[in-house]
Design a protein around this ligand. Structure first.
Ligand SMILES: Nc1nc(O)c(N)c(N[C@@H]2O[C@H](COP(=O)(O)O)[C@@H](O)[C@H]2O)n1
Length: 156
């Protein structure tokens, strides 16, 4: 059975990057994965001054809106690094929060799909045939956490 998720208040909403699960990365606390992801678009770019504003955004929706402003200049390597940046943040989220880690592990080997009607890169898009990179990231993180836990059991 494929598990679809999208909005935070829907089933499996904790898989959304907009869910209220903060992360510490390199000494900075980010209120959601979405805040962190949107801010990384501008690291070392001419528009890096937007980073503190994204960090301070009251909601992930506001952070996304700031990060999606088409007149700002993204870092040059964004398309090369964005999936790795997302994976690091999503892994940190599920290592940090035991309750949602359990929800992720309980999905077993089910396919996870971000059911976004507007995003055919991170989600499946309106026609359900999109690339689903967020779902793939979650499945890869699930596998990594499973491996980490099995090592812990072996060495305890
Ligand atoms: N919950 C939720 N609401 C939305 O409105 C969304 N668009 C998403 N998808 C997430 O948006 C991020 C991609 O942003 P960019 O298009 O690269 O600016 C990414 O976190 C998707 O998972 N989710």
């Amino acid at each position: 059975m494929t598990i679809y998720f999208y909005k935070v208040w829907q089933p499996y909403g904790c898989f959304s990057n907009f869910s209220p699960h903060g992360i510490h990365i390199e000494g900075t606390y980010w209120p959601t994965v979405e805040h962190y992801y949107q801010a990384q678009k501008f690291v070392d770019s001419a528009d890096a001054a937007i980073i503190p504003l994204i960090h301070a955004a009251a909601t992930p929706e506001e952070a996304a809106s700031l990060g999606r402003c088409s007149t700002r200049q993204l870092r040059r390597d964004w398309n090369l690094v964005k999936t790795q940046i997302m994976r690091e943040a999503v892994l940190k989220k599920f290592l940090t929060h035991a309750d949602i880690r359990e929800v992720l592990l309980m999905t077993g080997n089910e396919i996870l799909v971000e059911n976004s009607p507007t995003d055919a890169f991170w989600g499946c898009g309106a026609n359900k045939a999109g690339q689903n990179h967020l779902g793939k990231t979650l499945m890869s993180v699930r596998e990594e956490i499973r491996n980490l836990l099995s090592l812990t059991v072996i060495y305890e």
